[in-house]
Design a protein around this ligand. Structure first.
Ligand SMILES: *[C@@H]1O[C@H](CO)[C@@H](O)[C@H](O)[C@H]1NC(C)=O
Length: 351
């Protein structure tokens, strides 16, 4: 016989079971669905809140001090986490000498994976347009060619390694070969390039630790020659009127040596960074190099800066070869990047 009290007890037991089941299912639902995405976002936010994280500090050969810093942010457009690694001079805290992007691990749920200092560099993503502008000028001048696998072609001599962003980008170009030799005077910088910026030397991507001026003379004496010279040797002293190239590379003798190292149909590009009297200093450098090359001209790539581009070919400048240079840039647009060519067309006349 069921007593009334027994029915009541059973009823409240089932009621309890029902409420429990509802709560259990709700919690389970949120854990399975909303759970992982909110927690990933929380993990990402944790990384962003700690940013910037300084992962290395050191002082270089010339007592100039630097730090390497991981900077996390949310991309305003895609809302995704983005982490870059910046190589910063202590005398110029607002601008990175080199910036690379890091590959974000799939799983951010454990502490170890959230340690950005262990993350790999994404070499395909070039965050420094300057590097592409300098490479673009090589294709524009026809001193670099995409249709070669011969390591004796596309030979580049480059001064100044920094974080090695140019060297990394070149290492990722598998469809053709570029053989680049980089001369870096400061061994501490070369070490940082390898430890933190993913630079890996190979037999077509070498770094020579030497004074660029002395080494150039040695190369000349050995009769070496290159298709393209990239001069991006920057001073760490930003109180100077011209920061890049450093004054030692603006002397007539080294300019003449570099001109001898460039093959008859080869070229050279110089990153000019003047802090004061910009226009005047750019023209001065143009004048100095024009004495040693058949053609030299300045090409604008931002409101503030111009590249100096020289070649041993006569009439090989924007004024004379505008149409041809335009075609060359278009042919290599996929490699160079659409934005880069658009900017060049905007600032310069390719008639
Ligand atoms: C790349 O160029 C350097 C310097 O010009 C040369 O010594 C080296 O042999 C070249 N590498 C290859 C694989 O040919």
């Amino acid at each position: 016989m069921f007593s009334f009290a027994k029915i009541c007890r059973l009823w409240s037991f089932y009621k309890f079971l029902f409420v429990f089941a509802v709560i259990f299912c709700t919690v389970q639902y949120f854990l399975l669905n909303a759970g992982p995405t909110t927690s990933r976002r929380q993990h990402e936010d944790k990384i962003i809140s700690k940013s910037p994280i300084v992962i290395h500090r050191f002082c270089g050969l010339f007592k100039d001090c630097y730090h390497v810093s991981d900077v996390a942010r949310r991309n305003a457009k895609s809302d995704r986490l983005e982490v870059s690694r910046d190589f910063i001079s202590d005398t110029l805290p607002n601008g990175a000498l080199t910036r690379v992007h890091l590959q974000i691990p799939e799983d951010l749920s454990n502490d170890q994976n959230r340690d950005t200092s262990k993350w790999e560099v994404n070499k395909r993503l070039i965050s420094m347009p300057l590097i592409k502008y300098m490479l673009a000028s090589g294709f524009m001048l026809e001193v670099l060619k995409e249709e070669t696998k011969d390591p004796n072609h596309n030979r580049i001599l480059s001064f100044g390694l920094g974080g090695g962003a140019l060297q990394n980008f070149i290492a990722e170009l598998h469809q053709f070969t570029i053989n680049i030799t980089t001369v870096e005077i400061d061994p501490t910088i070369a070490e940082v390039g390898q430890r933190f910026f993913g630079f890996r030397p190979t037999d077509t991507n070498r770094v020579i630790i030497a004074d660029g001026i002395e080494y150039s003379k040695e190369l000349k004496d050995k009769g070496e020659s290159f298709d393209f010279i990239i001069l991006d040797a920057s001073s760490s002293d930003h109180t100077k009127e011209v920061v890049c190239p450093i004054e030692q590379f603006r002397e007539p003798e080294i300019i003449s040596t570099m001109a001898e190292l460039v093959k008859p149909n080869g070229g050279l590009v110089v990153n000019i960074y003047a802090v004061k009297k910009v226009y005047e200093n750019e023209e001065k450098i143009l004048f100095a190099f024009s004495r040693e090359f058949a053609s030299c001209f300045l090409m604008r790539y931002s409101a503030e800066q111009r590249l100096l581009i020289c070649s041993h070919r006569f009439n090989w400048d924007l004024k004379e070869q505008g149409k041809r240079f335009h075609q060359n840039l278009q042919r290599h647009e996929m490699l160079i990047g659409l934005k880069i060519t658009e900017t060049l067309y905007k600032y310069n006349s390719f008639q």
